[in-house]
Design a protein around this ligand. Structure first.
Ligand code: F3S
Length: 394
């Protein structure tokens, strides 16, 4: 791989021990994947933030980096943490967990990382442009930025994203290259997609079928950005789809080569079977929406459905701190709290320790959450659209 003189000097240790170590990691990755050179990145998003995922060795690694003066050089955001960073006590997150989570946040902050923990950074002030090279790690955010925005990122691991932030570079391979962004399977959809959950079910089904391929969808008549984020998140979870195109809807769909591709068909039957497969429980102890993190539109929809109602069981809607503040101002948070719910910021149902908070069955409208909750949080799952989930709690 070609390295500039400046990059050679980083490897010689001219920029200090931390940068040398992390740059070596990037060079090694580049060599493995056949990158021709390093490219600068416009922004970074780092996963591996929840204490539940990284535990004590993770804290030690981050505190060690921060104490050695590691500083990021580009706009860098974080994936969800393990709890609401402000209201954790009120919502009932365990104290010892909170203590460790706050240490993690301090270490990130000392490295100059924006301590906004969200899997929808594009809704919270970190919005890349079309064709911008970035290094993001959360799989749903990777899918959204590649597919819906047309930015370019591989699915980075936590350490390689951190390295990209500190070195302001990433190896030029994979989805950074136009020829690697071409679809290699067509998906023909013939079903009504009314709810975000329907897009989650579609994504779950397609991800299982296509694994890490790049699907080109036809037959999706319309979809807003919330529905596209639900679709991409589920495909990244059940498969490893990091980029998809939708005819007439996503920015590269007109530009890519889609002739002669093998086609798979998805209709109502496949979606019904997916709903059935993802339902392992019956009566949820808690309903958690906002996977990926809810937009203001999704929070406002929930508030509209809960106005002057009282729920039997709690509902959380997970979101970024920025969206929560807007929801507070609009009075949505108050409506949701009066009904017995919470607008929970900075975290989500998968990376928070819900299994230690007494919950055994969780209701969700997200194909991604339905995929991960049984394994990560030992939950039985009720997977349904928002109307069904709420009606059952009134
Ligand atoms: Fe985001 Fe958590 Fe879902 S990180 S995509 S809300 S599993």
């Amino acid at each position: 791989m070609y390295l500039t003189k400046e990059e050679e000097k980083i490897l010689d240790g001219d920029e200090g021990e931390v940068e040398e170590r992390l740059f070596r990691l990037l060079v090694r990755l580049g060599e493995i994947y056949g990158a021709d050179k390093m490219i600068p990145v416009g922004s970074v998003q780092v996963a591996g933030v929840s204490y539940k995922s990284i535990s004590d060795p993770g804290i030690e690694f981050l505190e060690d980096m921060a104490s050695k003066g590691a500083k990021v050089k580009v706009l860098t955001y974080l994936n969800p943490a393990g709890m609401d960073l402000e209201n954790w006590e009120k919502i009932g997150f365990p104290k010892d967990f909170a203590k460790n989570q706050l240490r993690i946040m301090d270490a990130f902050k000392n490295m100059g990382i924006v301590v906004t923990s969200t899997c929808t950074p594009y809704l919270a002030g970190n919005l890349p442009r079309f064709r911008e090279h970035i290094a993001w790690s959360e799989s749903s955010a990777v899918s959204f930025s590649n597919s819906v925005i047309g930015a370019r990122t591989n699915r980075e691991g936590g350490p390689s994203a951190l390295a990209a932030a500190i070195c302001n570079r990433t190896p030029n391979y994979g989805l950074h290259l136009w020829e690697k962004r071409q679809p290699n399977i067509k998906v023909k959809v013939d079903a009504d997609l009314d709810f975000n959950a329907d897009f989650g079910a579609l994504g779950y089904f397609v991800g299982k079928q296509v694994k890490n391929k790049i699907p080109y969808f036809i037959g999706i008549k319309n979809a807003n950005t919330d529905q596209l984020k639900a679709l991409g998140a589920a495909m990244a979870a059940s498969g490893a789809v990091a980029l998809y195109h939708v005819e007439e809807l996503t920015p590269e769909a007109d530009l890519v080569e889609k002739n002669g591709l093998e086609t798979i068909n998805v209709g109502k039957r496949e979606l019904d079977e997916t709903y059935e497969k993802l339902n392992s429980g019956k009566d949820p102890d808690v309903v958690i929406l906002g996977c990926p993190h809810a937009s203001l539109r999704e929070i406002s929809t929930l508030a509209g459905k809960l106005k002057d109602k009282r729920l039997k069981k709690p509902i959380w809607i997970c979101t970024s701190r920025m969206m929560k503040e807007a929801a507070d101002r609009m009075g949505f948070t108050e409506i949701i709290e009066k009904a017995g719910g919470y607008v929970v910021a900075d975290t989500c149902m998968v990376v928070s320790p819900i299994e230690k908070m007494g919950y055994k069955t969780t209701g969700v409208n997200s194909g991604k959450a339905a995929n991960y909750l049984p394994g990560f949080c030992k939950q039985e799952v009720v997977f349904a659209n928002i109307n069904k989930l709420i009606e059952a709690q009134l």
